[in-house]
Design a protein around this ligand. Structure first.
Ligand SMILES: [Zn+2]
Ligand SMILES: [Zn+2]
Length: 360
């Protein structure tokens, strides 16, 4: 099958022929229909994070089940699924407490002495985040899929697999934003726009979008932002403080930078909570004034929206089908696999919400 392979940090992905194995007892073989190009892929390609190479990248996808292992009961061939990069075991402490994103992930991968799921000319190929969705097919653990209705368009379902769930979940699960709140979201890419949309669904009264690109601030209003702040003048915090008469109750950082994380904390009112969603480069520290903890300001992380995937992803699908969740405007481009490097370049320029790779 055709797949996009990362061989060296900083180099373009190569479109190569990669072999995929048959499903083991608890595995599912999927025909990939669509794969979103997410910032996290870029973080590994540009070296902000490390993954063993060579690896087939991609982790935000949806497709159709082709074949299942002998023990799989949850899905059958022909089912439509969203893939979930947070494969979960279902029986560790975190899974049992409803936090599968923090699962200990024991026994979910093939062991080193087994034939690997992906290979090339007999040599093992690394599977990125247990998925590798920049490929015509995926072979994954059954707990890495979420079954959805066939009414759902698969290119938009793909986005639910990472960015949408990460953004909405950060607002609703990690920060638990109540109706009537004031919210600021820094960074209006796919995840930030989803956080804005999550705040709208939660009934936030004021939703301030912060970005440096005017077209993204315009797009943010489509997703529910009530106000926008262009941060390119360097006064984002002062502007938000002034607009809100002393800061927001909830701030979200959806870029993954030290400076914007510190700004998210700085724009809180006393008692406010800043949630960092972006992937801050390895080794980078974030500094905030210690005295601010005396006014009960909180700084917290959020992984995969703190979501219970098989509960929440189908709900997002329902909201979309009811016309209450906008996924159509998140897709800025539909591209073939061969254009993945161009999609990375577009993302680096910060100009697009999401490029989605379509297969077939
Ligand atoms: Zn992602
Ligand atoms: Zn677990």
């Amino acid at each position: 099958m055709k797949a996009a392979v990362l061989r060296e940090v900083g180099k373009p992905l190569e479109i190569e022929d990669v072999q995929i194995d048959k499903p083991g007892p608890h595995e599912v073989l999927i025909q990939t229909s669509a794969a979103g190009v997410c910032h996290s892929d870029l973080h590994f390609q540009n070296g902000a994070y490390f993954y063993p190479m060579p690896a087939v990248l991609g982790h935000e996808s949806a497709g159709v089940v082709e074949q299942v292992g002998a023990e799989v009961r949850y899905v059958a061939p022909g089912d439509h699924v969203i893939t979930c990069l947070s494969v979960f075991c279902g029986h560790c402490e975190y899974c049992l407490r409803g936090r599968p994103a923090l699962c200990r992930k024991e026994g979910l991968r093939r062991t080193p002495d087994e034939t690997q799921r992906l290979s090339q000319k007999g040599e093992p190929m690394n599977q990125f985040l247990d998925l590798s969705s920049y490929a015509e097919q995926m072979l994954v653990h059954e707990n890495a899929v979420v079954k959805i209705t066939k009414d759902m368009p698969l290119d938009r379902a793909a986005l639910v697999g990472c960015g949408v769930t990460t953004g909405i979940g950060a607002v609703q699960n990690s920060a638990k934003v109540p109706a009537g709140s004031s919210v600021a979201v820094i960074g209006c890419g796919g995840v930030g726009l989803s956080a804005i949309q999550g705040a709208r669904l939660a009934g936030a009264a004021r939703i301030i979008a912060v970005d440096m690109v005017e077209s993204k601030l315009e797009l943010a209003k489509v997703f529910g932002a009530t106000d926008s702040v262009n941060a390119s003048d360097g006064n984002a915090v002062a502007n938000v403080m002034e607009m809100t008469g002393g800061g927001v109750e909830f701030a979200f950082e959806a870029i993954g930078l030290k400076a914007t994380s510190e700004q998210a904390f700085a724009m809180l009112r006393p008692g406010g909570t800043a949630t960092i969603i972006g992937m801050i480069p390895l080794g980078q520290t974030v500094e905030v004034p210690g005295v601010d903890f005396l006014s009960e300001k909180r700084l917290q992380g959020s992984l995969m929206g703190g979501a219970s995937f098989r509960v929440e992803m189908p709900r997002y699908v329902d909201l979309y089908l009811q016309g209450r969740l906008n996924l159509d405007d998140l897709v800025s481009k539909r591209i073939p696999l061969e254009q993945v490097n161009q999609a990375f370049a577009d993302m680096e320029k910060g100009e697009v919400a999401r490029s989605v790779i379509l297969f077939d």
